[in-house]
Design a protein around this ligand. Structure first.
Ligand SMILES: [Zn+2]
Length: 189
């Protein structure tokens, strides 16, 4: 039996778009680097090629990251600390590999939108939040009333649940101002 203390810990950073989740994730990465841990930062492949990439905040900060199609790809090498951005792109596929990382003693931090533009809980947050030792919920500012934002509202004419979007496709709102997308009905500009 191995009784050595491990780093095993999951932190979930969640909230609507434009709340600063990637910035928060990148601060954890910087702390882990400063502590001398073996760090891996990960993002979904999306429209970039598999391989070396960067985490980029909406304000332009950048750090090196590995772009992967599957979280399971991060299991090939041993790291002390794995940071994963935009975890909602991986949906439920992320859960088993994260459990494997935690079982190995790895510290894991994930960031992403926990509510989709239909107003429903975004997988894998339904699975990850009960497993998390720390949940850091971040709010931005509601685009309509200025209250703290919790929701990401679609404002462009797209219907997919997962959208490679940014400013112009979404804005963040509070629950009272949120207008959910309706399935099968494209938004008319
Ligand atoms: Zn509002």
């Amino acid at each position: 039996m191995n009784h050595a203390t491990t780093n095993s810990h999951l932190e979930v950073i969640c909230g609507p778009m434009f709340a600063g989740k990637t910035t928060e994730l990148m601060s954890r990465v910087a702390q882990a680097h400063a502590a001398g841990l073996r760090v891996l930062a990960v993002k979904p492949t999306r429209d970039t090629r598999y391989g070396h990439s960067e985490l980029v905040t909406h304000t332009g900060l950048r750090i090196p990251a590995l772009a992967v199609d599957r979280i399971a790809d991060t299991l090939e090498h041993v790291h002390d600390f794995v940071a994963i951005d935009e975890i909602h792109f991986f949906a439920d596929e992320a859960v088993a590999p994260i459990q494997a990382l935690l079982a190995r003693g790895t510290r894991v931090v994930v960031a992403g939108c926990d509510i989709d533009h239909f107003g429903e809980v975004f997988a894998p947050f339904d699975s990850l939040i009960p497993m998390a030792g720390t949940v850091t919920r971040i709010a931005g500012t509601c685009a309509r009333c200025g209250a703290p934002s919790t929701h990401s509202e679609r404002i462009s004419a797209v219907t997919d649940r997962i959208i490679v979007g940014g400013i112009g496709d979404f804005h963040a709102t509070c629950a009272a101002c949120f207008r959910p997308s309706v399935r099968g009905i494209p938004l008319t500009p």
